[in-house]
Every structure is written in C-alpha cells, then in structure tokens.
Design a protein around this ligand. Structure first.
Ligand code: GLP
Length: 236
C-alpha cells in the first residue's frame, strides 16, 4: 500500500509536497519529473517558485493536455504549466502532448519515446479526479494503456468547466499518459485536497484494485506517497 501523510490543510499539503520534490532534486539534480495540472498542485508549484527550486538540470514532462486545443488557448495545460512553473523555474527542458497535432497517433508515439529517451520519469506528481481518474485516464482504462487520445467523462468535463467561460467550451477529448506510462515512474506522489477526493482515496487504500477506479492501479507500484489534507483523508 502507498505511504500516507495526512496534513492539517492545503497549505501544509503543498509544503510537504514541495519538500519531497526538493529532496528528489537534491538527490539527483538531473531528475526527470512528471508534473500534473489541476487546482491541487498549484500550491506545490507556488512553493517551488518561492523556494527557488533549481530545475536547471531537470527535464519535465506533463501528464496530459486537452484535445483539440491550441497551445495559445488560456485554458490549455501548456499555458497553465508555463504560467505556474516554467516561466519562473526554467527547467532544462519541458514537454507536453501537442493538443493541436495533425497526426495525433504519431504525436502520442513521439511523447512515449521522448519520455523513454530521457531515461524515464524519476518522480511523477499526480492529482486525482472525483471519479478516481489519474491524468485523463477515466474509469475503464486498461492498466496497460500508454499515451493516447481519450474521451472525457461527463463528470470530468463538468469538474473542469470552472476553468472555462462555460461548460460547452471544455474540450471533450484529451491526450494523456497511460496508466502503464505512469506506473513506470520510479516514484509517484499523489496529492489530494478537499472532501470531494475522500472517496477516491478510500478506494485507493481499501477498495479492490480495479480498472473501474484508475487510481487503484497505484497499489501495483512499490514507491507511492500520498499527501492528503484532513478533508481528503476523512474516510481513511
Ligand atoms: C484533471 C487533470 C488531472 C487532475 C484532475 C483533478 O482532470 N487531468 O490530472 O488530477 O483534473 O483536478 P483538481 O486538482 O483541480 O481537483
């Protein structure tokens, strides 16, 4: 089972997450990091900026990107990462699936190859969806899945609508690392904040390992840290 750290609140979750990332960078400045979008890791990214994390030898890959969506669109994950991380921390390199690639199959293959050729992910940061999705791997996703084009569930579109002017503007598809891609990371850190994530965490720790709840795939990985605030950990 994953290691669990429960914190008082969101700020403390973000600080501990930052400690773990800084620890990884101290141990290996040329680490390969996998980063996530969503509201949850924003505090971690702010901490990394405040503490001037040195990413000058670090390669970063992003979990996912909407499709189809221009990189210039303010709600693209490309812009999100640029704004919250890359503009200030300037990693050695960063890569994210291209949400406007003409040949998306080829783009997915390119992304898998780029991760592999970097030496593989040392630490993957994850959030979790209300329905237990990781990246954009929705319930029903094979644990053997790799980077590919997926359709979003209605509840995921609704949850992410808050970032768009209205729900009809949320793309209905995305390109995401697969579960197998994520499980190949040497270590994984999952962040969860707020009561909406409590059931997903209960499934992660106590539910049956099942493709119906993608986050339970993390039970198959030997090195997972879950940092949850009290509300997210309420059912543990
Ligand atoms: C999106 C992202 C996930 C993220 C999830 C939860 O669907 N693709 O990577 O974990 O939302 O988002 P939030 O952290 O905003 O709750």
């Amino acid at each position: 089972t994953p290691n669990l750290i429960v914190t008082e609140d969101y700020a403390a979750m973000s600080r501990i997450a930052c400690d773990i990332v800084m620890g990884q960078l101290a141990q290996r400045p040329d680490s390969v990091l996998g980063l996530a979008t969503g509201g949850t890791p924003v505090g971690l990214y702010a901490q990394l900026c405040d503490r001037h994390a040195d990413l000058s030898r670090t390669a970063v890959f992003n979990l996912d990107e909407y499709y189809p969506l221009s990189r210039q669109h303010p709600q693209s994950f490309y812009q999100f990462m640029k704004q919250h991380v890359y503009d200030s921390l300037k990693p050695l390199s960063w890569d994210i699936p291209d949400g406007e690639a003409d040949d998306i199959i080829r783009e997915c293959a390119r992304y898998e190859t780029a991760i592999r050729e970097s030496g593989g992910l040392d630490l993957q940061v994850l959030g979790v969806g209300r329905n237990g999705h990781i990246g954009f791997n929705e319930p029903g996703t094979s644990f053997a899945s790799r980077t590919r084009l997926v359709s979003l569930k209605q509840e995921t579109v609704e949850d992410n609508a808050r970032f768009f002017e209205n729900a009809s503007l949320v793309p209905l598809q995305a390109v995401t690392m697969g579960i197998a891609t994520i499980l190949e990371a040497k270590s994984i850190m999952l962040l969860a904040s707020g009561s909406a994530k409590a059931e997903a965490l209960r499934q992660l720790f106590y539910g049956r390992v099942s493709t119906e709840v993608p986050v339970t795939a993390l039970r198959l990985h030997p090195n997972v840290h879950v940092i949850a605030d009290r509300q997210a950990a309420a059912l543990l």
